[in-house]
Write a protein that binds this ligand. Structure first.
Ligand SMILES: Cc1cc2nc3c(=O)[nH]c(=O)nc-3n(C[C@H](O)[C@H](O)[C@H](O)COP(=O)(O)OP(=O)(O)OC[C@H]3O[C@@H](n4cnc5c(N)ncnc54)[C@H](O)[C@@H]3O)c2cc1C
Length: 390
């Protein structure tokens, strides 16, 4: 019997396990996960779960019995400590050894730490379900939270906390929020919405240090001002969990390097999800993506590779974010020098930005435009010209 071991029981790991069965793998599958929970969806953690609109029982990607039914062995609360490629075995932190014929890495990422010592401050991040449970308990109406980082997670937490009656200060070092992911028009919209909901949002200013004074935390900013709060949440991005791969001699470069078939530099090892830096099948360039859709699609590609089947054509990447009652959706991955065309009134709460390269649509960012987004995704996938845009 041939054993496939999957390290990391998150979005990509769970998807990969079931996709292996769908592609006809009949032998042993072992899914090893460091967390104590069944594989769960992370997106609600900074949205509905934080607000208390969704409970923990709604989060699992699949029910426990579906793993048993599919013959997928779950080894939860178990951390992989090393990979010994010559003997094809995984060393587990509890001392056990797991033999594999093929191995999949789906170890995700971990929150990037702040570049200064926060030892005397309980600085939280929001990455795992246990973080979200603890943050939800700490968010008391009437309280004050300082959020460091104006990326998607920081902004989603700001929206949830404001809705719950918490005073929010959000500090972003870049000149605008969402500067890595979104067009300036979308950043400006998001900025305005947060200010309209009472968030004290400051851009172009960095946090220099954070100290605790009794029950208050005090942040010193680069413009020589200070902010006080009851708790601090940092949301300054994630670092891919690629150390296992690097220590095992696989090629890594800020993520486990994989080709468009999700294969690492060892043909018996695939990798999928946030832990990878991939040659993307649709974009035809090397990228590191952090999204639910990428984790799911790349896991399916990895499963087909492990089953000796060719991959289906890769779709363009896409992503969404919910803030207040607004839905922001991004498709494609435009390059910095692509031309941006704003469609509709960017001062309203429904507009889009289309990105073009040589007349071909390469990206679409929308605010509250579900139909335009669905149509635009299809146009990006078909590499259509802008003239065809509805
Ligand atoms: C709060 C939050 C909100 C998000 N919102 C959105 C959204 O709105 N839209 C969107 O598209 N994406 C969103 N994302 C991103 C999306 O959830 C991730 O891209 C996706 O979960 C990545 O899946 P993954 O399997 O690669 O990693 P993960 O889901 O992070 O799973 C990796 C798992 O591997 C485990 N692991 C790591 N190392 C080891 C080891 N050595 N041994 C065993 N197990 C290990 C980890 O504990 C973890 O459980 C959000 C993420 C977060 C944290």
């Amino acid at each position: 019997m041939k054993t496939i071991v999957i390290l990391g029981a998150g979005q990509a790991g769970a998807e990969l396990a079931f996709a292996l069965r769908q592609n006809g793998h009949e032998d042993r599958i072992v899914l090893v996960g460091a967390e104590r929970h069944l594989p769960y969806q992370r997106p609600p953690l900074s949205k509905a779960f934080l607000r208390g609109d969704v409970e923990q029982d709604a989060l699992p990607i699949r029910a426990a019995e579906t793993y048993a039914k599919a013959g997928i062995e779950l080894d939860l609360n178990t951390t992989a400590a090393g990979i010994d490629r010559p003997t094809r075995s995984v060393l587990l932190a509890d001392g056990r050894k797991l033999r594999y014929d093929k191995l999949a890495l789906a170890t995700g990422g971990r929150p990037r730490p702040l570049p200064f010592d926060t030892a005397d401050v309980t600085s939280r991040s929001l990455h795992a379900l246990d973080d979200a449970i603890s943050l939800r308990h700490a968010l008391a109406p009437g309280g004050r939270i300082l959020i460091v980082g104006g990326g998607f997670i920081g902004l989603e937490v700001a929206a949830a906390a404001t809705t719950m009656g918490i005073a929010v200060t959000l500090i972003e070092a870049a000149p605008r929020v969402l500067s890595r992911a979104c067009s300036p028009a979308i950043s400006a919209f998001v900025h305005r919405e947060h200010c309209a909901h009472g968030v004290d949002l400051r851009t172009g200013v960095a946090v220099r240090g954070i100290t605790r004074h009794g029950s208050t935390v005090l942040a010193e900013l680069s413009d020589d001002t200070t902010v006080s709060a009851d708790l601090v949440l940092t949301g300054v991005g994630i670092v891919p969990n690629d150390t296992l791969a690097a220590d095992a001699g696989l090629a890594v470069d800020d993520g486990v390097l994989v080709d468009a078939m999700a294969t690492t530099t060892d043909p018996d090892i695939v990798a999928a999800g946030d832990c990878t830096r991939q040659r993307h099948g649709f974009l035809d360039r090397q990228v590191r993506l952090e999204s639910l859709q990428n984790a799911t699609d790349q896991a399916r590609i990895a499963a087909r590779t492990l089953c000796g089947k060719p991959a289906d054509p890769a779709p363009p990447p896409w992503f969404w974010s919910d803030q207040y009652h607004h839905k922001i959706r991004l498709a494609g991955l435009p390059e910095p020098d692509d031309t941006a065309v704003v469609r509709g009134d960017p001062l309203s709460d429904s507009f889009s930005v289309v990105y073009l390269r040589d007349g071909i649509i390469t990206g679409l960012h929308t605010v509250n435009q579900p139909r335009e987004f669905a149509a635009g995704r299809r146009l990006i996938a078909a590499r259509k010209e802008y003239q065809t845009c509805p």
